[in-house]
Ligand binder design. Structure first.
Ligand code: AGP
Length: 605
């Protein structure tokens, strides 16, 4: 995700200040590099660099960027590391067109090749930069900017929210969108375009939502909307925004964490929209390795366990999950035939960085599964798998955990194809395609029940999360979530092991969550449930839909589509646990976004 703002107004005094303040309010959407462009005396003035909004604004002399029309962008890198050259806005060869973009242009490599052959000079690694050069070509053919954008819509693949300014029209902004958000704002003599409402909320509450395949032209206090396919104008009146600026940053949700849980389905859809680059080589490297070691911390470590369950069980590979800070224990067995799967949302966790560096020294091949483009771990890795989850503001990982697990399943799918296990691969591919919808169904259907269970367990002193096999990853992640935001001690345990001691803790109403899909662990889990229930435990199950036997014996349950009982199960089965943790924290009056003692990225040992 990126933060986008465009403003055109009659007053030339406060334009840069408003662009800056608007980007500040969008910083949660991405902040690795920032840029501004202002139309001023027939030219475009640009200031951009790597860094956060405040840093780049400080380097910018606002007095030199006077004008009535301008654009601003805070980047969340997807193609090309965070650098000054890759920061938006991007321009054409003559610096007459400036463009900012949120999204991914899927056919940019081919377009870039064709434009380069025509003599266009590129200065960045981004997908976005093809846009100003394409517009330059189209304008040189005598088209108006509007006509050029209509044609551009037939050329670009992928998803985009574009905002464009051009020196020949100093009081005009063009916006066009497909899949990525663009909202317009208007007053009697100002017009705004932004990727999200918080950008312009202090200036106007009158908003117009641009829809897919629509183009908008903005002039001070005026806007026109066109359908890019028919060219016809679209009449759409503003609607009034009632949110507070703070609520608006969270898209109307009370906390970023809840917003990010609700985003989870879309995050997997976004990841699925782009191939995992070099996925064949990555899968082959794992299949060829003498041993595979996963290195990660916290939630990322639990995600990394998926590698063991999948590659050990199906391919007989030796997979050793290693908590990053314990890497010395495995160092002696690392050699040039070792593959390390390093998982890290931030790519900056010092424990994981140190472990990966040592493994690399010993000759291991490093595969990094990361969210932040250009982060430290990506610069050490031999292969990088970006999980495309967008910025995660809540300190507790939710959507990024699911995206990490999803990436590992997709690599596993590639390994099935490479070993000609086509039936398994076809079944998995169907589940992969459908899982975003299933996640959204669970969030929609089960949020209220999670809130009720939270009320029931809020005063518990501790809780158990029990699972077997791959479902133990779900239990481990679910227990961590409850611990880190509700401050209730929660322990995940292999269900079979719970009778070797932990069962001594059980008393009346002791909450226990069982991960119980209809896979090869179900029969034994039933025994565990009965043992715990006999001792007074309050039993909650995450079970396969319509599992009547389990519905009979559990106090509470969440039902998951049967398609996910034996594949991808540690993704949908996690959703109710994220919701229970969130609502337990808020019921106890804690702020789930900023839990005590925690940091989003632990960069100290
Ligand atoms: C998870 O909710 C926590 N925020 C924490 O355990 C986190 O997963 C861990 O610090 C690893 O962070 P990383 O994924 O950025 O490496």
């Amino acid at each position: 995700m990126c933060g986008i703002i465009g403003i055109t107004q009659n007053n030339s005094e406060d334009l840069m200040e408003k662009l800056y303040q608007s980007l500040k309010r969008l910083e949660y959407r991405g902040y690795d590099s920032v840029g501004f462009a202002v139309l001023s005396q027939e030219s475009i003035k640009i200031s951009k660099n790597k860094g956060k909004v405040d840093e780049v604004a400080k380097q910018t002399d606002f007095s030199l960027m006077k004008g009535t029309t301008g654009i601003g962008h805070s980047r969340w890198a997807t193609h090309g590391a965070p650098t000054k050259e890759n920061a938006h806005p991007h321009t054409d060869c003559q610096n007459k067109i400036a463009v900012i973009h949120n999204g991914i242009i899927s056919n940019f490599l081919q377009l870039r090749k064709e434009l380069t052959q025509k003599g266009h000079i590129f200065t960045s690694e981004t997908d976005t930069e093809v846009v100003p050069h394409l517009l330059e070509d189209l304008l040189q053919q005598g088209k108006s900017m509007k006509e050029a954008l209509f044609e551009l819509a037939t050329i670009l693949g992928g998803a985009y929210a574009l905002v464009v300014i051009h020196t020949s029209e100093p009081n005009k902004i063009y916006c066009m969108k497909k899949e990525n958000p663009l909202i317009l704002g208007v007053t009697k003599d100002e017009s705004y375009a932004a990727s999200d409402i918080p950008a312009f909320l202090p200036y106007t509450r009158e908003a117009i939502t641009l829809r897919d395949d629509e183009l908008a032209t903005l002039e001070p206090g005026k806007y026109m909307i066109y359908n890019v396919k028919t060219g016809k104008t679209v009449s759409r009146k503003p609607h009034r925004i009632t949110w507070t600026p703070d609520a608006a940053q969270k898209g109307g949700y009370p906390h970023f964490m809840l917003k990010e849980i609700h985003e989870s389905g879309q995050v997997l859809r976004t990841q699925l929209a782009s191939e995992i680059s070099n996925v064949e080589q990555i899968a082959q490297a794992i299949l060829d390795a003498d041993n595979i070691i996963t290195m990660a911390a916290g939630t990322a470590f639990y995600a990394s366990l998926t590698t063991q369950y999948l590659f050990q069980q199906t391919f007989g590979k030796i997979v050793i999950p290693t908590i990053a800070s314990e890497y010395e224990t495995v160092l002696p067995i690392i050699n040039k035939n070792t593959v390390v799967v390093a998982v890290s949302q931030s790519g900056e966790t010092i424990d994981t960085i140190k472990a990966v560096k040592e493994a690399k020294q010993k000759g291991a091949k490093i595969i990094a599964i990361v969210n932040v483009v250009g982060s430290t771990i990506t610069r050490i890795a031999d292969h990088i798998v970006y999980i495309q989850a967008g910025p995660e503001i809540g300190v507790a990982a939710t959507k990024t955990y699911l995206a990490q697990v999803f990436a590992i399943w997709r690599i596993y799918h590639q390994a099935l194809l490479k070993t000609n296990q086509t039936t398994l691969a076809q079944q998995l591919q169907k589940a992969i395609q459908n899982i975003p919808d299933e996640i959204e169904r669970i969030v929609r259907n089960d949020e209220a029940k999670a809130r009720d269970i939270a009320k029931k367990i809020q005063n518990a002193q501790s809780a158990f999360y029990l699972g077997r096999g791959i479902n133990l990853t779900t239990a481990l992640e679910g227990a961590l979530k409850l611990k880190e935001i509700s401050y209730i001690h929660a322990e995940a345990y292999p269900a079979g092991e719970s009778k070797h001691g932990p069962i001594a803790l059980i008393h009346k109403n002791y909450p226990i969550i069982f991960i119980a899909p209809n896979d090869n662990t179900r029969e034994k889990i039933i025994g565990n449930i009965m043992e715990m229930k006999a001792r007074g435990a309050y039993t909650i199950g995450i079970i396969e839909k319509h599992d009547q036997e389990l519905k009979q014996i559990l106090h509470q349950y969440f039902e998951i589509n049967p398609q996910y009982s034996k594949q991808l199960q540690n993704i949908p089965y996690q959703i109710p646990l994220h919701l229970i943790a969130y609502y337990t924290a808020t019921t106890k009056g804690h702020d789930p976004d900023y839990p005590r003692n925690l940091a989003k990225s632990v960069t100290v040992e």
